[in-house]
Design a protein around this ligand. Sequence first.
Ligand SMILES: NC(=O)c1ccc[n+]([C@@H]2O[C@H](COP(=O)([O-])OP(=O)(O)OC[C@H]3O[C@@H](n4cnc5c(N)ncnc54)[C@H](O)[C@@H]3O)[C@@H](O)[C@H]2O)c1
Length: 349
Amino acid sequence: MDKVNIGVIGFGYWGPNLVRNFASLPNARVRYIADLSESRRRHAEGLYAGAVEVTPDYRRLLDAPDVAAVCIATPVRTHFGLGKEALEAGKHVFVEKPLTASVAEAEELVALAEAKGRVFMVGHVFEYNPAVNKLKELIHGGELGRVLYVAAARLNLGPFRDDVNALWDLASHDVSILNYLLWRAPEGVSATGACQLTPGIEDVVFVSLFYPDGVMAHCHASWLDPCKVRRITIVGDKKMAVYDDLSTAEPVKIYDRRFARQPYLDTFGEFRLFCASGDIFSPRVDAAEPLKIECADFVGAVQSGRKPRSDGASGLRVVRVLEAAEKSLRQQGARVVIEPPAGSQPAGG
Ligand SMILES: NC(=O)c1ccc[n+]([C@@H]2O[C@H](COP(=O)([O-])OP(=O)(O)OC[C@H]3O[C@@H](n4cnc5c(N)ncnc54)[C@H](O)[C@@H]3O)[C@@H](O)[C@H]2O)c1
């Protein structure tokens, strides 16, 4: 089968990782890199001189008949305009996360991709992370029992952004992971935060997500913290699991710890809670690079016509949560209901 020719728009911090991974796939070829910045173009030329055409004008790759797919790794507010032009030019499109800056924009792009019959994907890279998929296996295989709540922390000192806040930049990862793990989207959200460095841009946010069946999740996201933390704790009624993305050797640990109810022997009908504590176990987790699996999913989808895992609809579900959380932030944490359109829940199974 012919290789899929790809044009990448945006070669800032994240774009080089995408180019490296697409270039490493046997069924893909990066033909163009577009970036407005001269220094980023020089950097791209230094890495890929002769193999890739580097241009300041993204239209060059939209007009190229041999480019089948476009990857957009530019700031969030540009995703809608670039995504729309790329789809209108008949390209398959991969957009970095979060999909767009609003639900209306995401809906328009999802509908346009559908109408054009093009693959449309968002870069929710954690859905391709083998440790996250191990958690999914544990939850859906019943090993943890009924999920009671999930707590996520994504903290560090920087990198600071001035185009979006920590909700859209950092918590977007956790919302995508939670929707993926719990196989559904939340029904409500409450968010608070603080703008300590740049007026109007929250550098720290605390987001509570209310999933169906009383499952609650909490995300603490900050680029104003002394310690780098990338951790998700899942508390089930049989066992508990902790995913630490910074631990390469043992990213997932399963704690055989739970509470149990025991009747008081001397009082009829009353119970006391006690804790049961067993082993701590680290399951084997593949060391594969999540971004490479993600890029391969996109290219495979372009070649086969199937939907990729983190398709436009899943990106839209995340934006729906982020927009509701942003509304809650502006209302000092008031709970905001998230109305899903009919049939929009992630597929189960
Ligand atoms: N999946 C992840 O883990 C991850 C990590 C970091 C960033 N991202 C996402 O990647 C995207 C880019 O983030 P970044 O950190 O690389 O930003 P960045 O600001 O470092 O780079 C963006 C680049 O896009 C270029 N650009 C902007 N508009 C352009 C246009 N019209 N034509 C050509 N070039 C243009 C800029 O010159 C810049 O070099 C964001 O959506 C971000 O959320 C994802």
